[in-house]
Design a protein around this ligand. Sequence first.
Ligand code: NAI
Ligand code: MG
Length: 356
Amino acid sequence: MTKTFHIAGIPGDGIGPEVTAEGYKILKTIEQLDPSIAFESTEFPWGCEYYHRYGKMMDEDGIEQLKKFDAIYLGAVGYPGVPDHISLWDLLLKIRKSFDQYVNIRPIKLLEGVTSPLRAEYSDIDMLVIRENSEGEYAGAGDRLFQGTPEEVALQTGVFSRKGTERIIRYAFEEAKALNKSVTSISKGNALNYSMVFWDEVFEEVSRDYPDIPTHSYLVDAASMFFVTDPARFEVVVTSNLFGDIITDLGAGLTGGLGLAAGANINPEKTYPSMFEPIHGSAPDIAGQQKANPLAAIWSISQMLDFFGEEAWGKKVLEALEQTIADGDTLTPDMGGTATTAETGTKVASYLEEIA
Ligand code: NAI
Ligand code: MG
């Protein structure tokens, strides 16, 4: 019996279509190697070009259309000419919120063969950041008062519900349990005296259900320093939406740059589809030139396979990616090479064939 996974593809803007094409190449390769698996993908042309033509980032009933898929594979959205808050809120955040993708998983791992700006060995940086993805500082709560007057005031309210805070922290503990690792909470209870004091209390409460798991708790400023001076102390990390956004880009910088960083937006209950994406943007400066690094988009495919329960394939894709980096002669310019986006994807696919 063949298992068929249904994927909604949103290649999006700029380098999005170029890098996701390489992700599909990997899925095709797996289909050829393993007759028990099939992937059926449907492409949605949503994004900034669509906005220019139709005045909206996605179809009116876009969320309804996406509901029936097992997963969404996203390239990047955003392009000069469309304000970033529109492209972000009307597509990416709309999907994350409508589908209650409250867990954002970002592996921060220094792969063999990648040179970190730190004097770090690849074994020193291997963490899993679990970022709250549905509320917190990005809840969209706030107001603009007295606009255009000298009394103008902007309010942006952080929203931390017990349900939202507890479920993300519990998710991190469950991951740590499965991986036999510690959990570190990153917050800011000294300055954010309501939301982050609450966060710390919930972390403390949930940790009591996992007496065997070692825990640490850092303020986000100190944690940022330790990311650089002693990354080995972090294993599973759980943090709020804003802090997670920032520290994962810091982590990406320490482990090979944006071209290598992937992120999964998960609805753990599987009530709705989860979404997999490279965390970089549409890179207008290099778009359409086959210069973009497809490895982050391919890493997202590995995360998607894990999510589908095809962990053996997920692991093999990551291995093929590591071999491509270790080999070093087929890498894109951001990693010091001269290969095109497509050549790099083909190289990963050929290593995957070798491994399988
Ligand atoms: P960006 O990630 O697109 O680019 C930042 C820098 O990294 C650029 O120099 C770019 O060339 C380089 N870069 C990014 N991805 C790369 C790759 N795969 N290979 C090689 N180099 C790569 O961020 P930027 O410039 O701030 O944003 C551009 C647009 O993308 C904006 O409209 C922004 O809103 C949007 N954006 C969308 C995201 C998403 O869809 N998840 C995330 C971040 C930004
Ligand atoms: Mg970000």
